[in-house]
Ligand binder design. Structure first.
Ligand code: GLU
Length: 497
């Protein structure tokens, strides 16, 4: 079998979004699985809507996701001469024709069809003009477009889609479509085919929205005397209310950078979007890069639409449980120094990064990350729920305040006293601290849990977290004592609830 050549062909008219990232990923997986090539082609023929900024976010997004390509980027706009050349060839072979119908004439016919509640399709007025008639119109200076001739007679375009199976479209349901505008510029449908032919594309893996174009594109391949590539169209991705995910409705929440900024690990995100439309055939959810490449196949792309739990009303409030649990899995299991490299920019952005974390405090930094990562779902959690480990400017969770502070006003005096007590002891390992806390609880006839939970909230701002004594050890004696002695702010907050 000849080499597999697939392409990712984004139009640079917006940022890299979930749908296009998934297209890029599936093409990348297929290329890597088959030892083929992935070509990056920028479909920038819509000059008005294409922007450099969009192109940059697409490339940046691909790089962030770790999806490397083997050829390109190629730019569609650099090949328009070839596209029109192909149209001229079709014209010369009688497979396309010049159409002189004016916009007004076509609009009128469209209106008439609408009034008659009939479906509009180009009626073929110019389909059979003689060479003389064409010459006459041209001599009279009437401009023309080039239309592709749908084959005559009763017949149908048939193609096999790897996902949707055998699909057919009757010729009579297709109109002679424009392939070159009156200003000589080629139309997208044609450019896309000519580029795929030139780039030697063997498999077209794209979104389901491309399915409508496919019958006409198959006809173009046939007319150009080329074999059609293999198609695999991917299902739509819907939101939790089963509406199509769109920029208009969900805003930034469809953009890849939204997830990067939220603290997704790139491969965790790839792992997650791989499952939006593909399944391994069992209930596995975690795949390393190698495992996904090995397991991926076009046959296992689902036909049914997938659901991505973006909140319709508040996209910033992200709760997709599968995405978060996959990310949490990677946070928990990734090599700790790799994690440190990912947490660094998060702490930097939060203004709580210290150079010493890469120097004399490196060991402390790594063991602290290891201690707290167990409960985190995103990298940003390290600067949020984990903030108290790195800085004194931490917030307190409302639920922690309600459960551990509001209900135990006696702690207002007890916690500073515990601080003083801890100041007097020699060591500061788990046992020392535990002994002091338990002794104090006994003296005051309190449940040890009341003090322990109060300490957790006072020192970390959290309701739950890693083992309390390990947490205190990581935060350090001086800081812990300081926080216990100055616990009043918590009670003020609790009063203001
Ligand atoms: N440029 C097209 C898009 O972004 C790609 C269509 C295709 O893959 O054929 O939707």
């Amino acid at each position: 079998m000849s080499e597999v050549r697939v392409r990712f062909a984004p139009s640079p008219t917006g940022y890299l979004h979930i749908g296009s990232a998934r297209t890029a990923l599936y093409n990348w997986l297929y290329a890597r699985k088959t030892g083929g090539k992935l070509i990056l082609r920028i479909e920038d023929t819509d000059l008005e809507r294409s922007t450099k900024a969009s192109l940059d976010t697409i490339i940046e997004g691909m790089k962030w996701l770790g999806l490397d390509w083997d050829e390109g980027p190629y730019y569609q706009s650099e090949h328009s001469a070839e596209h029109t050349e192909a149209a001229k060839k079709l014209l010369a072979e009688g497979k396309a024709y010049k159409c002189f119908c004016t916009k007004e004439e076509l609009d009128q016919k469209r209106e008439a069809a609408k009034e008659a509640k009939a479906e509009y399709g180009y009626d073929g007025t110019c389909r059979n003009l003689s060479a003389e008639e064409v010459a006459e119109k041209e001599a009279a200076g009437i401009t023309s477009v080039i239309r592709f001739k749908i084959p005559d007679g009763i017949g149908e375009v048939v193609f096999e889609d790897k996902v949707y199976g055998r699909l057919e479209k009757r010729y009579s349901d297709l109109e002679d479509f424009v392939i070159v505008r009156s200003d000589g510029s080629p139309l997208y449908l044609l450019s896309n085919v000519v580029d795929d032919l030139r780039d030697g594309i063997t498999h077209i893996i794209r979104g389901q929205d491309g399915l409508g174009n496919t019958p006409r594109q198959v006809l173009l391949y046939e007319a150009l005397g080329a074999a059609t590539p293999i198609y695999a169209h991917m299902p739509l991705t819907l939101d939790s209310k089963k509406a199509k995910i769109s920029k208009r409705k969900h805003g930034e929440a469809v953009a890849i950078h939204f997830y990067r900024e939220m603290g997704f690990i790139p491969w965790a995100f790839c792992n997650f979007i791989a499952l939006l439309g593909w399944s391994p055939g069992d209930d596995r959810e975690i795949f390393s890069r190698e495992e996904l490449i090995e397991n991926f196949s076009l046959d296992r792309i689902n036909r049914s639409n997938s659901v991505f739990n973006i909140q319709v009303n508040d996209p910033k409030f992200f709760t997709d449980p599968k995405a978060l649990s996959i990310n949490a899995h990677y946070i928990k299991t990734i090599d700790i120094s790799e994690l440190a490299g990912m947490v660094k920019p998060v702490l930097e952005r939060a203004g709580i990064w210290e150079e010493s974390y890469e120097g004399e405090k490196r060991e402390w930094f790594l063991s602290t990350l290891d201690l707290i990562r167990e409960r985190f779902h995103t990298l940003n959690n390290f600067a949020e729920g984990g903030r108290a480990y790195f800085d004194d400017s931490y917030e307190v969770e409302e639920r922690a305040l309600k459960r551990n502070i509001v209900k135990s006003p006696e702690l207002r005096e007890i916690l500073p006293k515990l601080g003083e007590r801890l100041e007097k002891i020699e060591g500061f390992d788990g046992e020392d601290v535990e002994r002091e806390m338990r002794a104090m609880a006994e003296e005051l006839d309190l449940k040890p849990g009341t003090i322990i939970n109060g300490v957790r909230t006072a020192v970390t701002g959290q309701l739950a977290g890693p083992s309390m004594f390990a947490a205190l050890g990581a935060i350090g004696k001086e800081r812990v004592i300081d926080r216990l002695k100055n616990v009043d702010w918590l009670f003020k907050k609790a009063e203001a609830l």
